[in-house]
Design a protein. Structure first.
Length: 99
């Protein structure tokens, strides 16, 4: 199990960046949508360039990017100080109404 998980991490952005996109639906201002992530690429990992572009497109303004990063850093700070729970993997869900 460890070997297979390590291989999966090496093949994705998980090992290098500590994050993967399992699935995302990016909505454009015109109402069209684009699906990104392993969930939609039949298990194929998203590369670093696609991950960065997807995050940039999802968080459409500098303000949104700064706020999302601030929240991630806040969660990381809380988790690094606690000693009750051990997380071997976890998920963050980012969602907003683009209407």
């Amino acid at each position: 199990k460890i070997a297979s998980q390590s291989k999966k991490a090496r093949q994705s952005t998980s090992e290098r960046l500590g994050v993967v996109i399992s699935g995302a639906r990016i909505m454009s201002a015109g109402g069209a949508s684009k699906l990104v992530g392993q969930k939609y690429k039949q298990g194929q990992p998203v590369d670093e360039e696609t991950l960065r572009a997807t995050l940039h497109e999802f968080f459409q303004t500098d303000g949104m990017r700064e706020r999302a990063l601030g929240e991630v850093l806040r969660v990381a700070s809380v988790m690094s100080r606690q000693s009750v729970y051990a997380f071997y993997s976890s998920s963050l869900l980012f969602a907003y109404d683009n209407a």
